[in-house]
Design a protein around this ligand. Structure first.
Ligand code: KG4
Ligand code: ZN
Length: 356
């Protein structure tokens, strides 16, 4: 029987999510409201709109989570909530709602760093000991970190501009894949993965970014510009207007996916070598965790598997539903922090939060 129960609340971006998780990692209940459909129409997230949608849904999502878990707020060991990083207006909704609960039911409060939660998720599904390496790749995140403990991270690299998922989404939009019935309901990254299967990456040669940079950082805007120029050239050659689908679209999808995979693999390879050289990771059987929406791309995963094999690492990915933003990872991070006795706030009566 598990005594520790944590309610996790996540509103850092465009998902209103909550979950109750116990110490053994069982998910007692969870609920989520996604705003993707609304933001697709505006071609991106408009922060005040996201804030309003979080406000409209948070109470229902938390109530659904608690009733699915058959847990009343009094039974909770703590309430854990994402406080950064993210959209300030969105974060504010989750935080002020959580603090109301905390004050009303006199529960401890655990502020959660969204990236820490992503990185620790693998310990809910697999037996993974510290230290391990994590590569987080999504529409909003791109970082490589050594995870030495629950709140002990060494940042090894990050994107100097945009995240890979953001770049793939922009390329998919530029290729007008949204107009293609087969791809219109998919995220840009997923549409590119599917289309790339029919393409030939050897039709174009593009060098991966930052090949000579002596660090583990990433960059994707350069690649995006090269691809955009290629698309413009092809539109002229094929004599079509911007907004129509190129006959070479599949080849372009294949080369952008391949170059992205190579870039991610090369930087990760550097990070692993660096960690081993400094004795930060064991020489054999180190764990490389890859998470985030882009981690569901099987071509990219294969490239990272090759890196893992070459460095005697084990590649692990959380299941897709835990790779993207969710409430479970926040609740689990709360459990991890409870167990480690880290960052638990008891005097929450003193916490004042003025919502914007
Ligand atoms: O983690 P996520 O759901 O949300 C955040 O960005 O935080 O990731 C979404 C991103 C989008 O940019 C999407 O295009 C990308 O992940 N993505 C993919 C695939 N599925 C989703 N990228 C490449 N291949 C996929 N199969
Ligand atoms: Zn995230």
């Amino acid at each position: 029987f598990c005594h520790k129960l944590v309610l996790g609340i996540e509103t850092s971006c465009d998902d209103t999510a909550a979950a109750v998780v116990d110490e053994a990692g069982h998910v007692l209940g969870e609920a989520m409201h996604s705003q993707t459909e609304v933001h697709l129409k505006t071609g991106g997230i408009v922060p005040p709109v996201a804030q309003q949608l979080h406000r409209e849904n948070i109470q229902r999502i938390v109530e659904e989570t608690l009733s699915a878990s058959r847990v009343s707020p009094q039974d909770l060991s703590a309430i854990a909530t994402t406080i950064k990083p993210g959209l300030a207006l969105s974060l504010g909704v989750g935080l002020s709602f959580s603090l109301q609960l905390v004050n009303r039911f006199k529960r401890p409060f655990i502020p959660i760093h969204h990236m820490e939660a992503h990185a620790l998720t693998i310990r809910l599904t697999n037996e993974v000991e510290f230290p391990f390496l994590v590569l987080l790749i999504s529409g909003g995140h791109c970082l490589l970190a050594l995870v030495r403990g629950v709140s002990d991270f060494l940042l090894l690299g990050k994107s100097l501009d945009i995240a890979p998922g953001d770049m793939l989404d922009k390329v998919a939009r530029r290729l007008s894949l949204i107009k293609h019935p087969e791809y219109s309901t998919m995220s840009g990254g997923k549409a590119i993965e599917h289309l790339a299967k029919q393409g030939n990456r050897f039709h174009f040669t593009i060098n991966p970014p930052m090949q000579n940079a002596k660090n583990c950082d990433f960059s994707f805007t350069g690649l995006q510009h090269v691809i955009n120029k290629l698309i413009t050239r092809k539109e002229k050659e094929e004599g079509i207007e911007e907004g129509q689908i190129l006959s070479s679209a599949a080849d372009i999808a294949a080369v952008v996916q391949h170059t992205t995979a190579r870039h991610l693999a090369m930087r990760t390879y550097r990070a692993i070598l660096f960690c081993k050289q400094k004795d930060l990771l064991p020489p054999a059987n180190a764990v490389l965790v890859v998470s985030g929406g882009v981690a569901s791309n099987l071509y990219i995963r294969r490239a990272l598997e090759i890196v893992a094999d070459a460095t005697q690492c084990t590649l692990l990915c959380p299941p897709p539903r835990l790779c993207t933003d969710n409430g479970v990872m926040i609740a689990w991070n709360g459990i991890e922090r409870l167990r480690a006795g880290l960052g638990i706030l008891h005097d929450v009566e003193d916490i004042r939060y003025e919502p914007k």
